[in-house]
Design a protein around this ligand. Structure first.
Ligand code: ADP
Length: 159
């Protein structure tokens, strides 16, 4: 079975992430969305909440799983039997960091391949950071995130 890992913060899941997962399913048998539990920034949602939102979005698709991890991505990939890392590329500005990470991971795990999927034009400006800012000030995020995430954001900011 051809398993791929799609790692990231997913704080929270956006339509851009959903599209990358859906397109990855044409290339791989299973996609594990790896939720990084120890990002440098303080997250809005806990790792378990982020995993639950991803699981809720893909609950009808048995080929998609979400799992939190910390530490090295290459170790997590090995643990779950993933041979490929998927990353999304939005703009040229993503390119520097992404190639740096891909080359580092290749040095650490030469057989683990990184595959980049170019963001759809209509999603290319969407980021979790901007979504959080819009939601915080009561803006409409329905065009940026799945319904389940929209609801979760409303719960957080109405508290
Ligand atoms: P990270 O902090 O690791 O970049 P993110 O949750 O921001 O985590 O992103 C996870 C992955 O999803 C990255 O590969 C990123 O490039 C990709 N991504 C983020 N937003 C979009 C989008 N709007 N369209 C396509 N890919 C995206």
């Amino acid at each position: 079975m051809n398993v791929a890992v799609f790692p990231g913060s997913f704080d929270p899941l956006t339509n851009g992430h959903v599209d990358i997962v859906e397109r990855s399913l044409f290339l791989f048998d299973r996609v594990v969305v790896g939720v990084l539990a120890n990002p440098s920034k303080t997250p809005l949602f806990s790792p378990d909440e982020r995993v639950a939102l991803i699981e809720a979005q893909f609950k009808r698709n048995k080929r998609v799983k979400a799992q939190a991890f910390d530490g090295l991505l290459v170790s997590f990939a090995k643990k779950i039997g993933a041979k490929t890392i998927i990353r999304g590329l939005r703009a040229i500005s993503d390119y520097d960091y992404e190639t740096q990470m891909a080359l580092t991971n290749r040095k650490l795990a030469p057989k683990l391949e990184t595959v980049f999927l170019v963001a759809r034009e209509e999603n290319s400006y969407i980021s979790s950071t901007v979504v959080k800012q819009v939601a915080k000030y009561g803006g409409d995020v329905s065009g940026f995130v799945p319904k389940v995430v929209e609801k979760a954001l409303r719960n957080v900011f109405e508290r």
